[in-house]
Design a protein. Structure first.
Length: 358
């Protein structure tokens, strides 16, 4: 059965909140952000490969990152890379990948997973993935994995599901990042989950959903159906991909379709969206500082995250709750409680000193 299982690993984002480590030329998914010896994309690929054959894992990325993908994932063939010539959000690239896979195997079920998330219990993840793939193979459903909320996080989207005894729940609605009071009420109601952005469906079901809810987008990509997985595919995509609507899979399909279901996941998850989220997941020393690659001498310093090139000695005194990142051409010393403003800081740096710093 696993020969019918496919995965699309989403690796096209820039991750600008992790600047200056994550840059346009070398985004966070290609870095060892956790200090484990593996980059985030390598970790995600090996996690999916526990269930899905490596030749069935497609990497969806911007064409500028093709060489980085091949360098970091030598087991991947170039025809497994689905390269976007323009950034058009998640709906067009998922439809494109689904049509490619459907042409190879009309019975395929596919997982769509971000390349830069942190999942602690990988065995539980595989169990949940198996359950979801089995459900999608047997039913015309679009599935997602929902995470049990640990606290009223305002940085995540939420999934409301219909209360039922069944393992898989029918989705009632999606809510984008709510305010704190709304998030608190979601947790109190008990039938809300964090949206992890991990989707599972058969290629038949997702293509049918696109035909129903996004007919123009479907027509655009189906024009090239005979060319997919041939040498002529690349030119077709270069010519037509930029014409696609810029829209997310959530808005295009999931918020409209009536056959969307969620499985409450049994693994701990973090989207690693900011330096603070990374700090939360890494081991801390007695003063609650987190160190990645550096050798640190700290005095009167607490709650900091320090990231440098390998084995650099860092001495800090009197700093509390700061992000300290040292690269060859940039040094960032910035309060953790302002981490959401790093994108604005990056824009200012690029406008003042040049695009090469971003």
């Amino acid at each position: 059965m696993t020969e019918n299982y496919y995965a699309v690993l989403m690796a096209g984002g820039v991750g600008s909140r992790f600047w200056p480590v994550s840059t346009t030329d070398n985004p966070k998914q290609f870095h060892d952000m956790l200090g484990t010896g593996e980059t985030l994309i390598q970790r995600t690929f090996s996690r999916l490969n526990k269930l899905i054959p490596k030749e069935n894992i497609f990497i969806l990325t911007n064409e500028r990152y093709t060489d980085l993908v091949l360098e970091q994932l030598p087991e991947v063939q170039s025809d497994q890379i689905v390269a976007e010539p323009a950034m058009r959000n998640t709906a067009p690239c998922i439809l494109y990948a689904a049509l490619k896979i459907k042409k190879i195997n009309p019975n395929a079920c596919m997982v769509v997973a971000p390349s830069d998330h942190w999942i602690e219990n990988e065995s539980a993840f595989i169990v949940n993935l198996k359950q979801s793939l089995k459900t999608c193979a047997e039913n015309d459903v679009l599935m997602t994995l929902g995470i049990q909320p640990a606290f009223p996080n305002t940085g995540y989207g939420y999934i409301k599901y219909e209360k039922a005894l069944s393992l898989v729940k029918k989705v009632d609605s999606f809510t984008e990042k709510p305010n704190y009071e709304t998030a608190k009420s979601f947790l109190k109601q008990g039938n809300y989950l964090w949206n992890a952005g991990i989707f599972i469906w058969s290629v038949q079901s997702i293509v049918q959903a696109f035909e129903k809810y996004k007919p123009e987008l479907t027509t655009l990509f189906k024009k090239g159906e005979s060319l997919y997985n041939t040498p002529e595919e690349k030119q077709f995509i270069i010519d037509n991909y930029p014409l696609a609507e810029n829209i997310s899979i959530d808005y295009a399909i999931l918020e409209q379709a009536q056959n969307v279901y969620v499985l409450p996941a049994e693994f701990d998850w973090n989207d690693l969206g900011t330096w603070g989220s990374l700090y939360d997941k890494l081991e801390k020393e007695e003063r609650e500082n987190v160190t990645i690659n550096a050798k640190v001498l700290a005095k009167s310093a607490k709650g900091n995250i320090i990231h440098t090139s390998t084995d650099k000695v860092v001495v800090i005194d009197g700093l509390q709750d700061y992000i300290i990142v040292d690269k060859a051409d940039v040094l960032l010393i910035y309060p953790k409680n302002k981490e959401q403003k790093i994108k604005e800081v990056l824009k200012k740096v690029k406008s003042t000193y040049g695009e090469q710093y971003g």
